[in-house]
Structures are given as structure tokens and as C-alpha cells.
Design a protein around this ligand. Structure first.
Ligand SMILES: [Fe+2]
Ligand SMILES: [Fe+2]
Length: 191
């Protein structure tokens, strides 16, 4: 399905950012200063690209059709699985933001620890989440949904992708991703 190909590609971009997050946390553990601006960019990317832009598509176009058309198995997988994880991710990002605010006020190790643990909780959750979707949820949708439903989802997704607003969002967040990747992924670890 076109929509699923697009979403798998978005997972790859999200996972690139998760690697950056891990690298940023390693840097802190190795003594680098917490870069507030870069972490705010990460939060911006997570909230607007990974969540609003990508999860938005899953939650509006694909998941409702699966829950409606595929019965109890899909309901369990989506309502009690994927959607719960989306919410858990949101709460980790909120915790990261709180920790950054606290650290800005008072630069103590306690807050630094909270920055690292919430950032890594999010990164680990999303890594497993995207893998589950790629290998179980999306494949199940491809296999089980009827062709007319698939076409309808693809059309909705296509219309969304074409919107000027979406093109701008995509460009903006892929630039942030490139910038942070260039900054952090080239850094070598001290041990
Ligand atoms: Fe998801
Ligand atoms: Fe996803």
C-alpha cells in the first residue's frame, strides 16, 4: 500500500532521530554540557513530526479502519497496544520537557539524570513500537484489509501528503533531523 510505504519511510526517519537522542545522552554521560536548544529541537521533531504528522496519519487513516473492519484481534492490537504506546511516548516527552526546564533553573545532576532517563525511555519505546508496526501491524493491514478499504486509506494519505502545509512540515523536520545528525552522529565516543 502507498500509505504504508510512506509510513515505513517515516519510521526510518524517526529511528534516525532516536539514534541522535542516544548519542546526545551518551555525550552527557561522558561529560558534555546539556544542549538545551538541541533537546528543544528533538522535542519539536518528536511532537510535530513523529507524533502529529506520523502518528496522526496512523490514528486518523489506518487504525480506525483496522479497528472497524478487522474485529477483536485488531482492536486489541490497536486500541490496547499501539494507541497506548503513542500515549506513553507523549508522557515521556512531557517528562523530558519538565526535566529540561528544571535543569535550566537549577543545574544539578538529579535533573540531568531525569533528562537522560526520559529521553532514553522515549527512544527505546519508539524503537520497539516502530518495529512492531513494520513487522506486525502494517503487514496485518496489508494482508487482511479489503482492496477498496486500502484504496480509500491510500487516497486519504495521498491527499494529506500533497497539502502545502504537509510539504512544509516535512521539509522543516527533515532539515532539523539532518542538522542534528550532522552534529551528533559524527562525534566519536570517548570510550
Ligand atoms: Fe504508531
Ligand atoms: Fe508508526
Amino acid at each position: 500500500m502507498y500509505s504504508i510505504e510512506i509510513m515505513v519511510e517515516e519510521h526510518a526517519n524517526i529511528c534516525r532521530m532516536l539514534k541522535v537522542v542516544r548519542k546526545m545522552c551518551i555525550g552527557i554521560l561522558e561529560g558534555q554540557e546539556v544542549c538545551d536548544t538541541d533537546f528543544r529541537d528533538v522535542i519539536d521533531f518528536i511532537r510535530n513530526y513523529a507524533d502529529a504528522y506520523h502518528h496522526g496519519k496512523e490514528e486518523k487513516f489506518l487504525f480506525p479502519e483496522m479497528v472497524m473492519k478487522l474485529g477483536k484481534v485488531a482492536d486489541n492490537l490497536i486500541t490496547h497496544g499501539m494507541l497506548v504506546e503513542h500515549n506513553l511516548g507523549r508522557s515521556y516527552v512531557m517528562a523530558l520537557e519538565t526535566a529540561l526546564n528544571q535543569y535550566k533553573e537549577n543545574q544539578i545532576t538529579d535533573h540531568k539524570l531525569d533528562i537522560i532517563t526520559s529521553a532514553m525511555a522515549y527512544a527505546n519505546l519508539l524503537e520497539a513500537h516502530t518495529e512492531k508496526e513494520n513487522n506486525a501491524v502494517y503487514t496485518y493491514a496489508e494482508r487482511a484489509l479489503k482492496d477498496d478499504v486500502k484504496t480509500e486509506i491510500d487516497d486519504e494519505c495521498h491527499r494529506f501528503e500533497e497539502k502545502e502545509e504537509s510539504v512544509l512540515e516535512r521539509t522543516k523536520y527533515l532539515e532539523i533531523l539532518d542538522k542534528l545528525e550532522n552534529r551528533y552522529m559524527k562525534m566519536s565516543s570517548s570510550r
